[in-house]
Design a protein around this ligand. Structure first.
Ligand SMILES: CC(C)(COP(=O)(O)OP(=O)(O)OC[C@H]1O[C@@H](n2cnc3c(N)ncnc32)[C@H](O)[C@@H]1OP(=O)(O)O)[C@@H](O)C(=O)NCCC(=O)NCCS
Length: 237
């Protein structure tokens, strides 16, 4: 995707009693997009009440100002999906600590958030926007991607795992709430053994911590008749 030009993409939009296809556009954002991006982000954060999505005003300004990358999809001039990645030390340093990779600050990109208007959910935009972003962040010389996801956010967790991230930890983060810590390494091929994998209920914090302590990492979310489970495998050396 060109860095300043919009690309056209036709998406499905849902509204009461209708599902329709609409021509949309996608492009990378710059400082001039701040007001629209902050307003859209604020609206979705309010709707879902996820603590980690609040007070992002400053981080959006930093990212659009050059300490990261952002892209958005538009229906006409209405923003409907916004994804942001931070290179700011205030976000990268805690990520480097969580991943225990001291000295790698220049290589780490923090996948901050992806927010989508509810009438455009189901277009797989979390994954599509991730892959558009992956290539531009990689071109910026960042090859270790970090993100956190709330165990309550099953839609996001499923998508982040499908994009190739692995669960490395489960810990208390923003305002003391539980978050999965996930990473994806772009330059070092990783292998996780699916033989003898372990299945752990999504909400069994103690059991998840147990398998993580044994050196497993989480690679997939599955529906089972007894509820959602995470599949864990041992990374192969
Ligand atoms: C998480 C999120 C980005 C996923 O959106 P998406 O990429 O459109 O999701 P998918 O295309 O994978 O959706 C798969 C299915 O789940 C449904 N779905 C997705 N998110 C949903 C949600 N929050 N609530 C209910 N259903 C949801 C979709 O409608 C779709 O259903 P369908 O198969 O019947 O069409 C979106 O839900 C969102 O913006 N949530 C609020 C912000 C957030 O939590 N962001 C992630 C953390 S920063």
């Amino acid at each position: 995707m060109h860095h300043s030009k919009s690309e056209r993409i036709v998406l499905r939009r849902r509204r009461a009693g209708v599902i329709e296809t609409v021509p949309c556009t996608v492009r990378y954002l710059g400082p001039d997009d701040h007001a629209k991006a902050a307003a859209f982000h604020g609206r979705i954060a309010e709707e879902i009440g996820d603590e980690s999505l609040f007070s992002a005003e400053n981080s959006i300004r930093e990212t659009l100002g050059g300490k990261g990358r952002a892209l958005a999809f538009f229906d006409g001039d209405r923003m409907v999906c916004f994804r942001s990645v931070s290179y700011s030390p205030s976000e990268v340093e805690p990520a480097v600590r969580d991943l225990a990779i001291p000295g790698m600050e220049d290589r780490v990109a923090v996948m901050d958030f992806c927010v989508i208007d509810s009438s455009f959910r189901g277009n797989n935009l979390q994954q599509i926007s991730y892959y558009l972003m992956e290539s531009i962040v990689y071109a910026d010389n960042r090859n270790i991607f970090y993100t956190t996801v709330s165990p309550k956010n099953i839609y996001s967790l499923a998508n982040v795992l499908e994009c190739g991230f692995c669960i490395e930890d489960l810990k208390r983060k923003y305002a003391g709430t539980l978050r999965f810590v996930l990473s994806k390494h772009l330059d070092v091929p990783t292998q996780t053994s699916t033989r003898n994998h372990r299945e752990v209920p999504l909400h069994d914090v103690r059991a998840i911590r147990g398998v993580l302590d044994e050196g497993y990492s989480g690679y997939k979310l599955r529906h089972r008749s007894r509820g959602m489970v995470i599949l864990f495998g041992k990374p192969l050396a």
